[in-house]
Design a protein around this ligand. Structure first.
Ligand code: AHR
Length: 351
């Protein structure tokens, strides 16, 4: 009987522990392992591991506002952050804003209410962050900016930014086109599929790319429009770009990410043209699918943008809690893939 009562108490305790996760959280990674409800340990195992844990060291709680799920890059970024949190014993509360800055503000406020130790934000757009970051600062919670940047007056509102050099990515794409088209006679018309308006990668990739052609009067940016980093919009916008007489059609396409290039390829083929030949295509990210298409010749070059920022984010979180000073900006090394290197690298890609 006593055994049964003990078992019942343990079961109730387990239910309470499981029920402790806040209902508004998209997900919470428990600090001791990456278990989910399907793989929860038995009550006895749970209690054993709870006893074995050093209860004097409270796990660090990191609230992360992810901006959306628009691309393979984004999904790989979320997975990298979840995995790294589970591996480094950090309790992660992750909320997905589905491209809405307002939802990101709500997420940050809920992290403040939950009194998390550190807040990380992948900001959908650059502007408008001053007040919400001030709220986090007033609550004494350090903020790490991940992937994209924020454009704020007071840079003490965040500790560090971990993410790519998007301007340099644009420069790499521009240099590739400059080289590729060096023997092309006459005017060169370039079309550009931009990412989300107001987002750092869209602004900076565009600026870096154009900087290569500043002094070139033979280069015309004939068409340029946002397609929100998605395949569907990339296809639709590219369809529009192709509704012009042949002599006005672009000879080059710079797509600010892989997904928009995939959509554009469909539009180009549906118009009876050959992607990679009739229109030279450069994209950014470097997913496995993009490298396969690059190797097949329908894309001509892909600039790498690294989404696997989880380990760096967890390291930075721990350093902040340990009271160490971090550099204001941390940039992962990145490359450019050509058709030759894609054939070698495509099987090694992790997203
Ligand atoms: O901010 C990084 C960009 O966002 C990636 O290039 C793109 O694919 C993503 O959606």
């Amino acid at each position: 009987m006593r055994r049964h009562v003990n078992g019942l108490c343990l079961f109730i305790l387990l239910l309470l522990l499981v029920g402790c996760t806040t209902p508004e959280s998209e997900s919470v990674s428990p600090p001791i392992s990456s278990n989910n409800l399907e793989t929860l340990p038995s009550v006895e195992e749970w209690m054993e591991s709870a006893v074995a844990r050093d209860t004097s060291t409270k796990p660090i709680v990191l609230g992360f506002s992810q901006l959306g799920r628009e691309s393979a890059w984004r999904l790989a970024n979320s997975t990298s952050i979840r995995t790294a949190a589970a591996e480094s014993g950090i309790s992660l509360v992750i909320k997905n804003a589905e491209q809405s800055q307002t939802k990101q503000f709500e997420a940050v406020r809920s992290f403040i209410r939950q009194k998390v130790d550190v807040i990380a934000i992948a900001p959908v757009v650059e502007s408008g962050w001053d007040s919400i970051l001030q709220e986090a600062k007033d609550a004494g919670i350090p903020v790490i900016i991940v992937d994209r940047s924020v454009d704020v007056q007071d840079t003490s509102l965040f500790v560090t930014t971990i993410g790519s050099d998007f301007y340099e990515e644009g420069v790499k794409a521009g240099k590739y086109i400059q080289d590729r088209m060096r023997n092309h006679p006459g005017t060169i018309r370039i079309a550009e599929l931009q990412g989300t308006s107001g987002s750092t990668p869209s602004i900076q990739r565009g600026e870096g790319f154009r900087s290569i052609f500043d002094t070139r009067t033979d280069i015309i940016f004939s068409q340029s429009a946002p397609a929100d980093f998605t395949e569907a919009n990339g296809k639709q916008v590219m369809k529009g770009f192709l509704q012009v007489p042949e002599e006005e059609r672009p000879q080059v396409l710079f797509a600010h990410n892989d997904e928009m290039a995939f959509g554009a390829i469909q539009a180009i083929e549906e118009a009876g043209l050959k992607p990679g030949e009739d229109i030279i295509i450069v994209s950014v990210d470097g997913s496995r699918k993009a490298l396969e298409i690059l190797a097949s010749g329908k894309i001509n070059a892909v600039v790498e943008c690294n989404p696997l920022l989880g380990p760096q984010l967890m390291q930075a979180t721990k350093e902040i809690i340990a009271g160490r000073t971090l550099p204001k900006r941390m940039v992962p090394p990145e490359d450019i893939f050509t058709q030759e290197s894609a054939k070698r690298e495509m099987y090694n890609r992790r997203f």
